[in-house]
Design a protein around this ligand. Structure first.
Ligand SMILES: *[C@@H]1O[C@H](CO)[C@@H](O)[C@H](O)[C@H]1NC(C)=O
Ligand SMILES: [Cu+2]
Length: 159
């Protein structure tokens, strides 16, 4: 009994804790945001969590960034120019969980592959999770899948 109550306390404290790590992802890494990069391949194997940030680096005026919905992503429908990010160093904080779509709205860049889709998971990271060593060419910091650990644990005690 005491043991179960203890576990539940730990779990509740964990859920209430703010994300221990936020990762900055430079889209395309050193290549940045441009034509000729496979952003599906870039996103593959990366775990995006709420609080992480996407950084789009590109030559200002040559490209831009639109956050779009899934339909606009598929059809490369460019929204109103007022919605464009155009600084050449656009930082987007992943504020909510779910699927997120981004395209370049210049010319036919989207149709040529300048599009990125990611899935953001809600972040429930234990405060004591150790930070693994930075990976060269990879993200600045990397989450060590703390969510998987905690979800497995919760499953085991039928919480
Ligand atoms: C998706 O975005 C496009 C372009 O901004 C818009 O016209 C359309 O209504 C949106 N669709 C949905 C389902 O929100
Ligand atoms: Cu472009």
């Amino acid at each position: 009994m005491a043991s179960k109550a203890f576990l539940i306390t730990i779990i509740l404290a964990t859920i209430a804790a703010p994300p221990a790590f936020a990762t900055d992802y430079v889209v395309g890494d050193d290549a940045g945001w441009k034509l000729g990069v496979d952003y599906t391949a870039w996103a593959e194997g990366k775990d995006f969590y709420v609080g992480d940030r996407l950084i789009f680096n590109y030559a200002e005026g040559v490209h831009n960034v639109y956050k779009v919905n899934g339909t606009a992503f598929q059809q490369c429908t460019v929204p109103s120019p007022f919605e464009a990010l155009t600084s050449g160093n656009d930082v987007i904080t992943l504020a909510t969980a779910g699927r997120k779509w981004y395209i370049c709205g210049v010319g036919n860049h989207c149709a040529s592959g300048m599009k990125l889709v990611i899935t953001v998971a809600s972040s429930i990271a234990p405060a004591s999770a150790p930070a693994p060593a930075p990976i060269s060419g990879g993200p600045v910091m990397h989450n060590k899948k703390p969510m998987d650990f905690w979800s497995n644990w919760k499953l085991k005690i039928n919480f």
